[in-house]
Design a protein around this ligand. Sequence first.
Ligand code: ZN
Length: 191
Amino acid sequence: METGLLSRIMDAAVFAALKHQYQRRAGYDKLPYINHLLKVAEALIRVGGEQDDALLLAGILHDVLEDTDATHEELALRFGRETADIVLELTDDMSLPYMERKWLQVEKAHLLSEKARKVRIVDKSTNIRDIFTYPLDWPLEKKEAYLENSIQVTTRIRGGNPRLDHWFDETVAWARQRLAEMYAAIKNGPK
Ligand code: ZN
């Protein structure tokens, strides 16, 4: 990795950390937002072997338009238009209800650019790992629905990086096992 890219990645990490600083991940007990963003960028590099500037910057910044007051223009000026455009592609319309946003991610998956697809797949893998690792105030059915929705989205956009696809498949297999254990614990638990 050349130093120019490293400094741009750190700039994006600090920018995202500050923009998201008063947020915690929804439903989790005080989990900082930046943890999620760093995991996504780290997996793109470590698992995917990705080195592209715009892709890695978008990995860190992918939730900043959706969840903070940052603007597309602000991102374009500081991180370049390609990065800003990838982030925009990955931004859900937060005025829509949760279920509709998830359905639209499936419906519109085929429209995503190649770089946006990679971020989306890693975002799903990372979220699934968090959902089945940390305490989260979702019923099991909602966790299961997130898993199924992620599979539907990923089925439509996989193929750009086999290593990222494989990591997603491993994540799903692990999550299914966790889910079965969780259902069993409810069934066999104290009445
Ligand atoms: Zn995300």
